[in-house]
Design a binder for this molecule. Structure first.
Ligand code: FAD
Ligand code: FES
Length: 336
């Protein structure tokens, strides 16, 4: 049995199980998800999707009009023909609603809430329901703010282990979730999670990676690095983690532990405030070296507050280098 992540156009992800002898479209249908289909015979191309990761058999019966050789080489698949040979990630060019599914919702309780510094909170949530929660490292969920109707988006900062997941949250003074977490929240409080969501997730590692984090934008990377620590990587990975003030710099011991587990992973952390006591000062962009960009043969992942993401994207464009792949996530404020 293989796990298939179906990523819909609206950012919703659903995981299904697929056996080696059923097609991905049949497996999805069996689990209540209708991938758009027409002929089911490899002739019309209606079920064409993009396989982002995994090994699979394309099938023998389809015709060139439905899927050309070139498309197949790029990673396109006909889900009415495709059979998984490993866990896979498949991008569906339709919304979750069109496919008659929606994001899942989970109820769990706070297992730990800890202020790591004035600006940063670590939150862990645990519950039996969460042992069924699957997500791709880098994705996020919407967390309900207890005592209100509102939700806030947070990237998982860990993998799910024994029904527990963690988050790294910026303490925005006066913010709704921030005020709850720094004031009222305590272990045992109930919380609702809806997701997983988002297209910012770790793809198959085919070349060196450059990971760029701003503030709590570190969260998706610690989740990705946990996954890489489990599976290994033959390519070099470098993380540059930038913050504004010394007290924003958190989780350095965790990064060090991850570096000890991942042989070709290196990282540096820098602080923008010129008054900083930290040895490395300045912005993330000041610490990107030509070898990190590897003449464009690099996959760049970038995450942080919107102005940081824009500044770094602009900087990379200015270098005249187009990375093989460039993925980013902006931690936009819900209230903005
Ligand atoms: C896809 C996605 C993933 C996210 N993941 C994370 C994450 O892993 N960790 C994390 O810390 N945040 C993350 N965010 C941001 C998060 O969802 C909230 O916006 C943030 O935590 C503020 O929530 P709040 O309820 O405390 O403040 P709100 O009540 O939403 O805001 C209060 C006031 O502060 C302003 N404000 C909100 N955020 C900021 C900010 N960052 N800087 C300055 N002013 C701000 C608002 O405009 C508003 O005026 C993510 C956002 C998105 C869209
Ligand atoms: S549904 Fe027609 S090719 Fe798959």
């Amino acid at each position: 049995m293989h796990k298939i992540a179906l990523n819909f156009e609206d950012g919703v992800t659903r995981f299904i199980d697929a056996t080696a002898d059923e097609t991905v479209a049949d497996a999805a249908y069996r689990q209540g998800i209708n991938i758009p289909l027409d002929c089911r015979d490899g002739a019309c191309g209606t079920c064409k999707c993009f396989a982002e990761a995994g090994r699979y058999d394309l099938g023998q019966e389809y015709i060139e009009d439905a899927l050309s050789e070139e498309e197949a080489a790029q990673g396109y698949v006909l889900t009415c023909q495709m059979r998984a040979e490993s866990d896979c990630v498949v991008r569906i060019p339709a919304s979750s609603q069109v496919c008659k599914t929606e994001q899942s919702s989970y109820q769990a309780s706070i297992s730990a809430v800890r202020q790591l510094s004035d600006s940063t909170i670590a939150l862990s949530i645990k519950g039996d329901a969460l042992s069924r929660l699957a997500f791709l490292p880098g994705q996020y969920v919407n967390l309900g703010v207890p005592g209100s109707e509102q939700t806030r988006a947070y990237s998982f900062s860990s993998l799910q282990k024994d029904g527990e997941v963690s988050f790294l949250i910026r303490n925005v003074p006066g913010g709704l979730m921030s005020s709850f977490l720094t004031g009222l929240a305590k272990a045992g409080d109930s919380m609702t999670l809806a997701g997983p969501l988002g297209s910012f997730y770790l793809r198959e590692i085919r070349r060196p990676l450059l990971l760029l984090a701003g503030g709590t934008g570190l969260a998706p990377f610690t989740a990705m690095l946990e996954k890489i620590a489990e599976e290994g990587s033959e390519h070099p990975l470098h993380l540059i983690y930038g913050v504004t003030n010394d007290f924003d710099l958190v989780e350095l011991d965790r990064l060090q532990a991850l570096a000890a587990r991942i042989p070709n992973f290196s990282y540096s952390a820098c602080v923008a405030n010129p008054e900083s006591q930290h040895p490395l000062k300045g912005y993330v962009t000041q610490h990107i070296e030509p070898r990190h960009l590897n003449d464009g043969d690099v996959d760049v992942y970038l995450c942080g507050p919107p102005p940081m993401v824009e500044a770094v994207s602009h900087y990379i464009r200015e270098q005249g280098i187009t990375p093989a792949n460039f993925y980013y996530e902006k931690f936009a404020a819900a209230a903005a």
